[in-house]
Design a protein around this ligand. Structure first.
Ligand code: TXA
Ligand code: MG
Length: 358
């Protein structure tokens, strides 16, 4: 997880704006960087303040969360949110998650909040969990994709948390943020991945905040909290076991009764999270193919090993970047030996199944 001291900011910034943002002479910094548009900053409190201001002015800010990087906009600003859809190339009926700084602000966005949702929030926020709830009028159609529900998350990453707080201090109510990738592609887990994929679609006043690698590595668990029992719409680091232990329930994943799950969670489209390389989950890789597997699995001769995580947690952390690496190396096929188990491995298998469907 990134610390405030490690933050970097990149974007197509004017020198004057850069100097203002980082409080140091721009020329020196520009000459010290390898990629001209990526600026490294030590001075972070002011960087985050300026990023919050950029959000308030209607610009986009890509920022780190503990799950994946998000592409943020003021969740009450129709024009700014429209730009998220444009930049991502995402259909407008796919709703966005609103990020807030704490549970105390939940009832601005959601109403009829069931007791179990409060319990979940108290246990797992700030953290990698999104709750879908009945919306208030603050959540407009451009956020909800014309539904009566809104998805809310309190992220735990120090940079996202601070950014959202600063934004709220400026009078903002929440930051809408999908993963900062083009629609249907692999979510970014570091700022370079955001930059490589998105910079050509961003404007000079938009920003990318670099807070290092994401500690979880796959998107939040999404839980529908509009029915008598919670239902997991998208698996993640908050697993059914954690939820069932807390609530003394016995829920699984993709509850069949859940009408929302059929249409609205884009991660539930059959193809998603996909690199250009073909992802193959069964059979063995051959010479020239990419391979992602736990460390205990040997690499067959001539196969290009892309990652060797030691356990399911590391697997989630490195998965998306390894799939990106396959594309960087122009591999046509990448074989993945998915981890077993019912922890975050369930979410890994879910994403890989979708990545492999094309
Ligand atoms: O970890 C995450 O959740 C990341 C970080 C940036 O917070 N965000 C993320 O956003 O993954 P996105 O837009 O890539 O995925 C959010 C999913 C989409 O599949 C969307 O359809 C679903 O949440 N969603 C949003 N609002 C919803 C709602 N009201 N009902 C059901 N699903 C909803
Ligand atoms: Mg996404």
């Amino acid at each position: 997880m990134g610390t405030v001291e490690e933050v970097r900011v990149s974007g197509q910034l004017s020198r004057a704006k850069l100097s203002k943002l980082i409080g140091v002479k721009t020329n020196r910094l520009l000459s010290a960087t390898i990629i001209p548009m990526t600026i490294i900053s030590n001075c972070t409190a002011s960087v985050i303040k300026d990023a919050a201001l950029a959000l308030k002015e209607g610009h986009l800010v890509a920022f780190p969360t503990e799950t994946v990087y998000g592409l943020g906009a003021d969740a009450t600003n129709a024009k700014a949110v429209a730009r998220i859809y444009e930049v991502k190339g995402r259909p407008t009926d796919h709703p966005l998650i609103v990020h807030i700084s704490s549970l105390e602000l939940l009832d601005k966005w959601a109403r009829e909040i069931p007791e179990y949702a409060i319990k979940l929030a108290r246990a797992f926020w700030p953290g990698p969990m999104t709750l879908v709830l009945n919306k208030t009028d603050l959540a407009q159609d451009f956020i909800t994709g014309n539904q009566d529900t809104v998805a809310i998350r309190v992220p735990s990453h120090v940079v996202s948390n601070k950014l959202i707080k600063e934004f709220e201090n400026l009078g903002g109510f929440g930051v809408a943020a999908p993963s900062a990738n083009r629609f249907g592609r692999v979510s970014p887990t570091n700022a370079d991945a955001v930059s490589q994929e998105m910079v050509k679609f961003l404007s000079p006043d938009d920003l990318i905040i670099d807070g290092g690698n994401c500690s979880v590595g796959i998107e939040s668990t999404i839980i529908n909290c509009t029915q008598d029992l919670p239902a997991i719409l998208r698996p993640g680091a908050i697993t059914p076991n954690l939820i069932n232990d807390l609530l003394e329930t016995n829920i699984g994943i993709h509850n069949a009764d859940n009408k929302l799950s059929q249409i609205r969670t884009s991660g539930m489209l059959s193809t998603h999270y996909a690199p250009k390389a073909k992802v193959i989950l069964s059979s063995e890789p051959e010479e020239g193919d990419g391979y992602i597997a736990l460390l205990e699995h040997l690499t067959p001769p001539g196969v290009i090993r892309l990652a060797s995580p030691r356990n399911e947690i590391e697997f989630a952390q490195v998965l998306y970047n390894s799939l990106r690496l396959a594309d960087e190396k122009n591999l046509s096929k990448v074989f993945v030996n998915s981890p077993l188990g019912d922890g975050i491995a369930t979410a890994i298998r879910d994403r890989l199944t979708k990545a492999s469907t094309n």
